[in-house]
Design a binder for this molecule. Structure first.
Ligand SMILES: Cc1ncc(COP(=O)(O)O)c(C=O)c1O
Length: 384
């Protein structure tokens, strides 16, 4: 295992953008390319119906190991967003109840619930952020007797705020609310074990901290909820015997697999299995410690630059995402100027977001700080 050969882009880019899209290890990108080539050249010769039936086994197994679940607690589709939609229609919170979320959550974690609420008459409750940050106590206080659903991100995409899932899960369990966690901005960089936190449904995308390709989403559905949920999105793969193909009969799996429903870019599922294996070999706790050390270096460097931090900095709420802004230079301009130097970060709202991952080094952080210092200096000179 060598970062330079496994992530060749690190030789030419200072890539600090995992919260947008991470780099993929070579084993994963080679796999997806070979898979697509095989279909292009051989059709169903190798990828036959038996292979298609079993196609998700590998990634389900790898993901289950990552989060401490059983493989049958995991479903595979094309995105995190479609899982939230399917789950929201399955839960269908009734009129007179409330869905608690935050006003800064990624839209895919709130829109599906808002859509179902318009249908049932349930009410959305968005806990208000202050300066981009949610007060966890306020979030917990909002989970009351009327609450049927709590839908949040483990780590906020915008500021990297990391919630204490156990406390929120306990609050949801006390009132019997369905607890959905979007872990797209945490899994792969933050350890999470579903045996330790009572989560009803967990969804994640593939192309961020898990270092997988676009085109895969994963869901964990807790054994307690699996058999009572009637998925909101159904299709031919919803039937447990996928090649039975009876238009008038659909017998769901008795587990999370009932949330699978269609073909997808199957080669991406196999590629994600390789990425998950790659991360597991390093260890998620090791990745988190390393990333947080880079973030410490980043915060120290930024503090000398007259910059405003947007991300919460307390160690228990911090992740590998740091958002910040200069008081007098537009963040979009900063991102463009950095890009010209082959340094990649993302503009979000009026700040810019820096998100190092396992392939970054302290040299990358030094380069970023140096460039930001140069931009600042040039701006001061121009305004004199
Ligand atoms: C928290 C979170 N959830 C979901 C998504 C989107 O996932 P997908 O593209 O798989 O629907 C994003 C993308 O930025 C995200 O930040």
């Amino acid at each position: 295992m060598s970062i330079d050969t496994d992530f060749p882009a690190t030789a030419k880019l200072t890539y600090l953008n995992a919260a947008n899209v991470a780099l993929m290890p070579r084993s994963a990108s080679d796999y997806v390319e070979a898979w697509q080539r095989d279909i292009a050249e051989n059709g169903s010769l190798n990828f036959n119906e038996v292979a298609e039936d079993l196609v998700f086994d590998e990634v389900r197994g790898a993901f289950a190991k990552l989060i401490g679940a059983n493989a049958t607690d995991v479903a595979v589709a094309s995105s995190a967003s479609e899982f939230v939609a399917s789950i929201a229609w399955a839960v269908m919170p009734p009129a007179g109840t409330r869905i608690v979320t935050t006003d800064i959550v990624f839209p895919s974690t709130s829109y599906p619930w808002a859509r179902v609420s318009r249908h049932t008459g349930a009410e959305m409750h968005y806990v208000a952020s202050r300066d981009g940050v949610i007060d966890e106590e306020e979030l917990i206080a909002a989970i009351d007797d009327r609450t049927s659903v709590v839908s949040i991100s483990h780590v906020e995409y915008s500021t990297g705020q990391r919630f204490n899932l156990k406390r929120i899960a306990d609050a949801a369990a006390r009132v019997g609310a369905f607890f959905l966690v979007d872990a797209s901005q945490s899994l792969g960089a933050v350890p999470l074990d579903v045996r330790e936190v009572a989560i009803d449904a967990l969804v994640t995308t593939s192309y961020k901290w898990l270092c997988g390709p676009f085109g895969v989403g994963l869901a964990y559905i807790s054994p307690k909820r699996q058999q009572t949920l009637d998925p909101g999105i159904t299709g031919w793969r919803s039937h447990s015997e996928i090649y039975d193909l009876q238009a008038e009969r659909c017998v769901y799996h008795n587990d999370a697999r009932r949330f699978e429903f269609s073909t997808m870019a199957y080669g991406c599922a196999g590629a994600l299995a390789r990425s998950l294996e790659y991360l597991r070999a390093i260890g998620i706790s090791n990745i988190m410690s390393r990333n947080l050390a880079l973030v410490d270096q980043l915060i120290a460097g930024l503090s000398g630059l007259d910059i405003k931090m947007v991300s919460p900095l307390a160690s228990e709420t911090r992740s590998s995402i740091i958002s910040c802004k200069f008081p007098d230079i537009e963040s979009k301009t900063i991102v463009k100027l950095l890009e010209q130097k082959q340094i990649f970060v993302s503009p979000r709202r009026d700040y810019f977001r820096i998100s190092p991952h396992l392939y970054n080094t302290s040299r990358d952080i030094d380069r970023l700080i140096e460039e930001l210092r140069a931009i600042r200096k040039a701006d001061r000179r121009a305004s004199q």
